[in-house]
Ligand binder design. Sequence first.
Ligand code: UD1
Ligand code: UDP
Length: 371
Amino acid sequence: MPLKIATIIGARPQFIKAAAISRAINTINQNDGSPLIHQILVHTGQHYDRNLSQIFFNEMEIPQPHYNLEVGSGPHGRQTGLMLEKIEEVLIHEKPDLCLVYGDTNSTLSGALAAAKLHIPVGHIEAGLRSYFRQMPEEINRILTDHLSTWLFCPTNTAVDNLKKEGINKGVYQTGDVMYDSILFYSQKVKAREHELLDQFQIRAGHYYLATIHRAENTDDPGRLTEILAGLNAIASSDCPVILPLHPRTAHYIKQHRIFICKAVHLIEPVSYLTMIGLEKQARLILTDSGGVQKEAYFLSIPCVTLRDQTEWIESVQAGRNRLAGASKEKIIQAVTEPFAQQNIRPETYYGNGHAAEVILQILLRPKDSV
Ligand code: UD1
Ligand code: UDP
């Protein structure tokens, strides 16, 4: 009997991570002749706009979910509670051997909690990340998910150390980062389209900044959001505009608070993964509060300014390629202006060799009593 895995996903970064695992499952199944793994994909429906969800399934050839729970948006308790209820039903029906969850969203916590309560072992991909800032909803989701998990797949050594500090030593594996797997694979695919993207957005390679903002601590605080956008207004010019694919959460608050955005800051709809990495590759510099985008900047050797007061991804900061500017206009201007360290330590030093997904699956395929 193949190993039956229920994969719980729901938000944009989880589709990108799940793409790497789904590809590796295909490879393992094809190599073996008879399938070793049977994956049931469960989409909670946390993200539902085409540009935040379906576009990734089409472009990255992720199998269509077996279930879409259509939970949608809502306050934390309601969203998490609805997911818990609906995921539990699916797990009772499907009886998987294990449940896989990714990252730190409400979909992650609900999946882990539903499975653990049913005594279904949980594998957490991107385990051990910590900001040590409990105001972040993601920090609560991470801590709880890690403490519920049987397998803790850590992308970095820092993550392994963080778990040790909480007394978690069993089931911890440093596997490398599945997002590095994804970027190695898909950045080959985007090469042919890179020039076209410049035309599409009317920009020149090396003559634009790429920015993303969506973290609740920034968007939901009008003071922080206004400062960040003032920083982007200040660095943007006709020679070097800011391209800002706008998360709906951010769009909502910009409108609500009527925050001024200058002409050289180009607001665009959220883009597909291939478009995003094409834009990242050719940017002069990236400004972001996203965890995934910080890492991608490092993978692609593009300097990064992080619009947060702390980061879980400290490796690129230590390497001198990522700077924390918080939500301060002055710090943003300074961080963009001062030269960055030239030497780029190879991503492999921190994030694995681009085969994290295969490593994770081989661990899951080991006999149960070897965990
Ligand atoms: C969620 C995750 C965050 C992750 C991010 C990835 C949590 C607590 N947060 O944040 O960790 O970094 O996804 O992008 O799980 N909305 C739409 N269309 C959609 C989805 C959302 O318009 O398809 C709007 C709704 O107004 C919603 C708001 O965006 O209230 C926030 O969505 P939500 O899923 O709650 O959190 P994100 O900010 O997307
Ligand atoms: N991303 C994308 N389109 C966008 C913005 C981001 O495809 O318009 C990708 C980005 O390249 C990265 C991932 O989404 O792979 C990061 O997700 P997000 O910033 O939403 O969440 P986080 O990583 O902070 O949890």
